[in-house]
Design a protein around this ligand. Sequence first.
Ligand code: ADP
Length: 232
Amino acid sequence: MTSSIPVVNNAPLLDVRDLCVDFVNGSAVTHAVRGVSFQLGHEKLAIVGESGSGKSTVGRALLQLHPKKARVSASRMQFADLDLQHLSEAQMRGVRGKRISMIMQDPKYSLNPVVCVGKQIAEAWLTHHPGRKDEAKARALEMLEVVRIRQPERVYQLYPHEISGGQGQRIMIAMMLITDPELIIADEPTSALDPEMVGEVLDLMRDLAKDGMTMAVVTHEMGFAREVADRV
Ligand code: ADP
């Protein structure tokens, strides 16, 4: 993936310059991302490209979620006051899920099968606000309403295998929103869903975009990009 996107006025929230990601496998090197630069202000940016062009790799590199065999370099990777390239793992844990949340493609692999979904949402908040269990539960129930889950009290108690794929993805979105992050990265949030579930998640993403959330949406669908994003 290569790109060049004009600079946004004022100090951007996210400033990425010359991002390169190589995957090293023995003597074989895959140059997955080559010199990607973009800035993101308080707006919605869509990162569009065909499958395999390196979009997810860009998102993961920002949060240091890339596999060990990946080599990441950039001349700048600044998020607000933080130089993302030089954060320790402990510092990064304070950023992931709290200041930057990432909605992954497939809720199946992100939800814990043995913990009820409501508790998983509450725990996302508790991690950053230890000891405030009752407040975490109240907030989790509120978030279930925000992501348009009907009967939130009932759904709170369900386990991942008892909910649909579309509900699972909305639960994931609730987990990502509950900490009120400054930036949401959504990586093809509907690509793992059955076709009949796609609409409800897209509707929710459109509403979040309208609410003024700062988002970077990774997608291969130009129509969706055009609808939710200020810039592509
Ligand atoms: P996109 O999100 O645009 O579909 P990806 O970021 O998933 O693309 O992948 C970009 C390229 O990097 C692809 O050629 C893919 O095969 C390669 N790639 C992604 N992850 C790995 C990995 N863990 N090891 C080796 N190559 C990878």
